[in-house]
Design a protein around this ligand. Structure first.
Ligand code: AMP
Ligand code: MG
Length: 322
């Protein structure tokens, strides 16, 4: 299958007509969101959804996030018991990188929810994604657009692994946040954070008071191998220990990701965790492409967006040193 890549001009609706037709016809479309690229299909159609699993090689029990247009759509597809909690979170964070876990209505097939009675729903803060949902008049089930186990794609280069596997990719440039949404189970109070993401724990607490965090993160997908590149990845705390690690293990071409200045090796210096979050998957991917044999990443602070990046890097890393 030849993959068509389209760019968007000022009139989004007319540029995405073909994508809308594909979604309506049970086909798969790759599109940008504010977090990462998604690979989407009609979330009400089991055959369409199964195509996503097949293309990604995704385990069938790893549920998908349903992307919808606004709050009315949430009520259409889910049963909301804690209405005031949903209202407060919605008003503060939606559209945006927050995903709500709610009881699903029967119209949602179990293929979409990985066999669960709950459904994950979010409203993306991205004009292309929103137009695709609105124009097709369908909730779009979309996990991150990568082969399972690989870093989530944040630009068209990283989507190369899907070329010839999907009929159409909408190129919307580099995504804004760069890591996936925060997943919160709001079926009961206090909410449970199942996956930390671009909305931070501190921000959630300001809105709902109390939140529960299970450090092993019990969201179904989190048990799988994730964000892996063929280059070895090591998270370090102390720079001198990191230099010793490179030397003692005979790595020849290491790449450092750090706030600190480093002279003897190639390095990406970041100034804030927001910046690191928007670049992290791309950096992993580019180090692999450019043939580095080791990626040394300074361990982020376990707060704010640093906490969410740490969660991803714990999965991506092969080694952890002090
Ligand atoms: P992805 O879009 O690839 O980042 O994956 C979506 C993730 O959302 C899954 O791996 C789960 O961790 C989470 N998720 C989706 N549906 C549910 C659900 N019904 N209950 C709990 N977590 C979910
Ligand atoms: Mg994913």
């Amino acid at each position: 299958m030849e993959t068509k890549i389209i760019k968007i001009d000022t009139d989004i609706s007319s540029s995405i007509k073909e994508a809308v037709e594909l979604i309506k016809n049970s086909e798969v479309v790759v599109f940008p969101t504010e977090t990462v690229y998604g690979i989407g299909a009609n979330g009400l159609d089991r055959e369409a959804v199964l195509k996503i699993f097949k293309i990604k090689n995704r385990p069938a029990d790893n549920p998908l996030i349903l992307h919808v247009f606004d709050k009315d759509w949430i009520y259409e597809y889910a049963v909301v018991k804690e209405k005031s909690m949903l209202n407060d979170l919605y008003d503060r964070f939606s559209p945006g990188p927050i995903t709500f876990i709610l009881d699903k209505k029967n119209i949602i097939p179990y293929e979409t929810t990985g066999g669960l009675d709950s459904v994950a729903i979010r409203i993306p803060d991205h004009q292309i994604a929103l137009s695709l949902i609105k124009d097709s008049k369908l909730p779009i089930a979309a996990p991150s657009a990568n082969i399972s186990g690989r870093p989530s794609a944040t630009n068209i280069d990283m989507l190369k692994e899907l070329f010839n596997k999907v009929p159409l990719i909408i190129d919307g440039g580099e995504t804004q946040f760069g890591i996936e949404s925060t997943v919160v189970d709001i079926r009961t109070y206090p909410l449970k954070v199942l996956r930390p993401g671009s909305v931070t724990i501190e921000e959630l607490k300001k809105v709902v008071g109390r939140v529960e965090i299970n450090n092993s993160f019990i969201s179904p997908g989190t048990k799988y191998r994730h964000y892996k590149v063929s280059t070895t990845v090591c998270m370090f705390k102390n720079l001198n220990t990191a230099f010793d690690f490179v030397k003692n293990n005979n790595f020849i071409k290491p790449f450092f990701i750090s706030r600190q200045k480093i002279d003897k090796f190639d390095v990406y210096n970041f100034n804030s965790y927001d910046e690191l979050s928007s670049k992290i998957y791309r950096l992993l991917y580019e180090c692999e492409t450019k043939g580095y044999d080791l990626i040394m990443i300074e361990e982020p602070e376990s707060k704010g967006i640093g906490f969410s990046i740490l969660n991803r890097l714990q999965k991506a890393s092969d080694y952890f040193i002090n």
